[in-house]
Design a binder for this molecule. Structure first.
Ligand SMILES: Cc1cc2nc3c(=O)[nH]c(=O)nc-3n(C[C@H](O)[C@H](O)[C@H](O)COP(=O)(O)OP(=O)(O)OC[C@H]3O[C@@H](n4cnc5c(N)ncnc54)[C@H](O)[C@@H]3O)c2cc1C
Length: 483
């Protein structure tokens, strides 16, 4: 039996595997599905030669993450950073645009440009410290806020403002608030809220610092770089190899579970102390998503021509419209006019589709467990900002929220965050602890996005858990991860 077993080959599981293999330990990764990658797979979903990102597509967090920085991801994978990070089309052919350059973004926001710059500039001055704050646990000891007091203050003020009913006070027009809301709505939930403002502030900041990259060839490229590194350091990766009980991996001195708390309960419920088990049972999953992949005959015919230059397009319309759509989902309804996220990778990475073809990645939020195919609703919403879109569609394929759970057990009810993103659940993810990656079982760690820092392809859950295990279980230093 290997020194270390990693259950699940998502970004967090593989991050743990990279660190442990580089420390000189024998590592075995066991993945339930027939390919590795979890939420970071790229597949020919509809027709040969068309490479769709099944889940994640755009990777600001991979560029900002301390794990991927130490791993030198940018030297291993070509990360294409669009000049226009994201766009938010509005009625009447208008659009709010978040350029990589903060200056250019502010210029484009007219009378709200100065207010937007005044919100973002102080954050940009502390961007590394803010990333450090948000990529750990809020309860870590010593608290990272003490290490970066100025950054914590700036971040706190921005989050309090954009996460409260005061969120419109500094703005007069529609564009700047829409631009911020399109990002704050990434975690499914009511708007405004402190948790959505926290995620939104970080992602908006990254748009103007590292950018919002798409990996050449698709998100799978990130996974393959990690898997190559694990194998190069002697690790072994098995697919179609679900772990159904912790007894199967009893011989390993450290076990990393890239699973939701529901997965840990299924693997070891009878061995967990009652109090910890109750915390896992009380862990809340959020609402879900319906994902639709399209093959197109030409690029999306956006009314505003610059939108074609954006890696990501948020189709929520105005701030009020996006908040209304999110409120409907929170109340258990499928919105008629949803907030839709799209990414248009073939605009930057032509190799994702045969010549003359394009692909589009899209999803909208839906109530947990929904089995409703939202293709028609999403198509209508894209048409609102790109009349004629319907005529460019050659084929499409939907994955409902229930389908997402069938695809990946971590997405309970289609919740792609593997746990609701609320203020409470950022503190209790999945337990209130300065070291929430540790479980009460010796040498067993939870490292998925159900632990801090939460959802996204950043590998930090795995990195935190591996660092603790190296020290506690093996008395080894953290190895260099450099390419
Ligand atoms: C539609 C959609 C769009 C998204 N877009 C983005 C985006 O653009 N950018 C971004 O950063 N993030 C995005 N995300 C979120 C991102 O994909 C996840 O937060 C991330 O993949 C979480 O990584 P993880 O390693 O914690 O878990 P996962 O990626 O979910 O991987 C867990 C793995 O563990 C395996 N597993 C679970 N239980 C077992 C078991 N018992 N035995 C063996 N294997 C097991 C699963 O099969 C899976 O492969 C998106 C997600 C979805 C669904």
């Amino acid at each position: 039996m290997a020194d270390v077993t990693v259950v699940g080959a998502g970004p967090n599981g593989l991050a743990a595997a990279v660190v442990m293999a580089r420390a000189g330990l024998s590592v075995q990764v066991r993945e339930a599905a027939d390919t590795i990658g979890g939420g970071s797979r790229t597949k020919e979903l509809i027709e040969p030669g068309h490479l769709h990102d099944v889940c994640s597509a755009v990777h600001p967090m991979a560029l900002a993450s301390p794990f991927f920085r130490d791993f030198e991801l940018a030297r291993r994978v070509r990360l294409i950073v669009p000049e226009l990070s994201y766009a938010n089309p509005l009625s009447g052919g208008r659009a709010a645009l978040a350029w990589h350059s903060l200056e250019r973004t502010a210029e484009g926001l007219g009378r709200d440009g100065a207010a937007y710059r005044a919100l973002m500039e102080p954050l940009a001055e502390h961007s590394e410290a803010i990333t450090d704050l948000l990529m750990g646990s809020l309860l870590q000891s010593p608290p990272s806020a003490l290490r970066h007091p100025a950054a914590a203050l700036r971040l706190g003020l921005a989050v309090l403002e954009q996460g409260s009913p005061a969120w419109n006070l500094r703005f007069r027009g529609e564009e700047a608030p829409a631009l911020l809301t399109g990002v704050a709505a990434h975690p499914v939930g009511r708007l405004p809220s402190l948790s959505s403002a926290g995620a939104g502030t970080m992602l908006s900041l990254l748009a103007h610092t590292v950018g919002w990259p798409v990996p050449e060839g698709g998100s799978q490229a990130i996974i393959e770089a990690m898997a190559d590194d694990v194998r190069a350091h002697g690790g072994d990766i098995l697919t179609s190899s679900p772990v159904t009980s912790l007894d199967e991996v009893r011989g390993s001195r450290a076990v990393f579970l890239d699973t939701a708390p529901a997965g840990l309960l299924a693997l070891a419920s009878d061995r967990l102390p009652a109090r910890y088990r109750r915390s896992l049972e009380q862990f809340r999953y959020g609402n879900g998503a319906c994902k639709v992949d399209f093959i197109l005959s030409e690029p999306v015919p956006w009314s505003h021509p610059d939108v074609a230059r954006a890696g990501t397009v948020h189709l929520g319309g105005s701030r009020a419209e996006t908040a209304r759509a999110e409120r409907q989902v929170a109340d258990g309804f499928h919105p008629d006019v949803p907030y839709v996220l799209t990414s248009q990778p073939t605009a930057f990475d032509a190799g994702r589709a045969p010549q003359g073809r394009h692909i589009l990645w899209a999803y909208c939020h839906v109530p947990a467990g929904s089995d409703i195919d939202m293709t028609a609703t999403i198509t209508r919403r894209i048409e609102d900002f790109a009349p004629g879109f319907r005529d460019t569609v050659i084929a499409s394929r939907a994955t409902t929220a229930a389908g997402l759970e069938r695809y990946n057990a971590n997405y309970v009810g289609g919740d792609f965050g593997a746990g609701a993103v609320s203020l409470l659940q950022m503190l209790r993810r999945p337990v209130v602890s300065p070291s929430p990656w540790r479980t009460p079982l010796d040498g067993v760690y939870l490292c998925s996005s159900s632990t801090p820092p939460g959802p996204g392809v950043h590998g930090m859950g795995g990195y935190h858990a591996a660092q603790i295990s190296l020290q506690r279980d093996f008395g080894l230093p953290v190895p260099s991860l450099a390419a």
